[in-house]
Design a protein around this ligand. Structure first.
Ligand code: NDP
Ligand code: 2IT
Length: 446
């Protein structure tokens, strides 16, 4: 890194202590931007980097709620409104006990570049709470969501900030949040995405992130004259993103042999297909967070406390959470002949893990490029809400497919143009950055 980017990173660390995930996300971007900053001194003189790493606004609030026994609980709610240069803040809400300010800042920061890559007009944001949905009743989740929205509603709106789901926030939670927003504002608007189909949601949004990951994987493989058909694929996680990815891999003739949860991973040598894919939805809805149930039901191998990256696969799709694939995992995948790693989760590979893939010269794509199909389809939901006209499944899927193909092309093309062919990280980061940075220059010092 140059003296300048090192200095920016040092400032970020000093000003935001105890936020390692945020430092990690910023470091990756700064390393990628080196080439651009050399060619374009105007970004440095306008202090674009220093402005970009500082969220426009951070909202933190108390979320008190009553459990079914009448006990009072207090959680912390957050919304990071990171960057609105190219559109209203847009990004998911995460409900998980590990949530803190640093994790949401890393996610909000990544979202700026991801949303820019989609080519849709969306700024970057993220939010959530340290609420743990595990083992909570529907009523408890509803009361929590209502309390959360009772504060959040004044900070969001269809042209201001449009939240959606992420870990622990799916259709049920979006429903409760939307109901409370509508009650408080007396407005039926597209203020959230991932809504139900009967009340403004877009077809294909539930599948979109996973489908997008696989469309992107298919493009990567195509660049080497290959395809998913006939490939063995390792997936981690068993949530919304993993489910969509498994469905699409199977449709395209690939075979998914692993899934994972916080308790370990399963190895299904016959492939996760048919009713087994539907069962993933049941598992997720049970809020037990145990992948072992899959192994018990379908009589396949279960490996407690382990990650799935030691299994021999051609393609790996990490779809669970940040930093779930480290140096040792990267080495195991390579030694087993893995040729392509396409991220469904946000920042699932550590910085060192990424270097190992890049040095080995295999196909590797960062989440902000390959998982952008979720937020892109959220953008399509916003469009349909504004038009008050829903599109068919085919129309949405076709647009999603086109967007993923375009993002792939943009990454490859940008990497080539800046002299690092095949480097999807640099391609995605530079392309995402340029659009936002130029919008910031156009809009003056804000
Ligand atoms: P889900 O809640 O549906 O599934 C998440 C899965 O990851 C669960 O199996 C969950 O189990 C596990 N998980 C979560 N946190 C941890 C942790 N700290 N350690 C180990 N396992 C963990 O979430 P999604 O499928 O929506 O999200 C998965 C990933 O994809 C996340 O990185 C998310 O940011 C990203 N993503 C999601 C998009 C979307 O549209 N939903 C769009 C783009 C990216 P448990 O809860 O028990 O920990
Ligand atoms: O990480 C992500 O891109 C998401 N969780 C989806 C965000 C959205 O607004 O659809």
């Amino acid at each position: 890194m140059s003296d300048y980017t090192q200095q920016v990173l040092a400032q970020v660390k000093a000003k935001n202590p105890a936020e390692p995930e945020f430092h990690q996300a910023v470091q990756e971007i700064l390393e990628s931007l080196e080439i651009v900053l050399q060619k374009h001194p105007e970004y440095r003189s306008a202090r674009i980097l220093e402005r970009m790493v500082e969220p426009e606004r951070v909202i933190m609030f108390r979320v008190p709620w009553l459990d079914d026994q009448g006990e009072i609980h207090v959680n912390r709610g957050f919304r990071i409104q990171f960057n609105s240069a190219i559109g209203p803040y847009k990004g998911g809400l995460r409900f998980h006990p590990s949530v803190n300010l640093g994790i949401l800042k890393f996610l909000g920061f990544e979202q700026i570049f991801k949303n820019s890559l989609t080519s849709l007009p969306m700024g970057g944001g993220k939010g959530g709470s340290d609420f743990d949905p595990k083992g909570k009743s529907d009523h408890e989740v509803m009361r929590f969501c209502q309390s959360f929205m009772t504060e959040l509603f004044r900070h969001i709106g269809p042209d201001t900030d449009v939240p959606a789901g992420d870990i622990g926030v799916g259709g049920r939670e979006i429903g409760y949040l939307f109901g409370q927003y509508k009650r408080l504002t007396r407005e039926f608007t597209g203020v959230l995405t991932g809504k139900g189909i009967n009340w403004g949601g877009s077809l294909v949004r539930p599948e979109a992130t996973g489908y997008g990951v696989v469309y992107f994987t298919e493009e990567m493989l195509k660049s080497k004259g290959q395809s998913i058909a006939g490939k063995t694929v390792g997936v981690s996680g068993f949530g919304n993103v993993a489910w969509g990815a498994v469905r699409k891999v199977t449709q395209l003739g690939g075979k998914v042999v692993t899934l994972s949860g916080p308790d370990g991973f399963i190895y299904d040598k016959d492939g996760v297909k048919g009713e087994k894919i539907d069962y993933m939805l049941e598992l997720r809805a049970s809020a037990n967070d145990r992948i072992k149930d899959y192994a018990d039901k379908f009589k396949v191998e279960f490996h407690p406390g382990m990650r799935p990256w030691g299994v021999k696969v051609d393609v790996a799709l990490p779809c669970a959470t940040q930093n779930e694939l480290d140096t040792n995992d990267a080495k195991s995948l390579l030694s087993n002949g893995c040729q392509c790693v396409c991220e469904g989760a946000n920042m699932p590979t550590t910085l060192e893990g990424v270097k190992i893939f890049q040095e080995a010269g295999i196909l590797y794509s960062p989440g902000k490029a390959s998982n952008a199909g979720g937020v892109a389809t959220s953008g399509l939901e916003m469009t349909q809400n504004s038009m008050r006209l829903p599109w068919s499944k085919e129309e949405v899927d076709q647009r999603l497919h086109q967007i993923m193909t375009n993002i792939h092309h943009t990454c490859v093309d940008t990497a080539q143009r800046f002299g690092v062919p095949g480097n999807y990280v640099v391609g995605a980061n530079i392309a995402g950055f340029l659009k936002v940075a130029n919008a910031m220059l156009d809009q003056g010092l804000v």
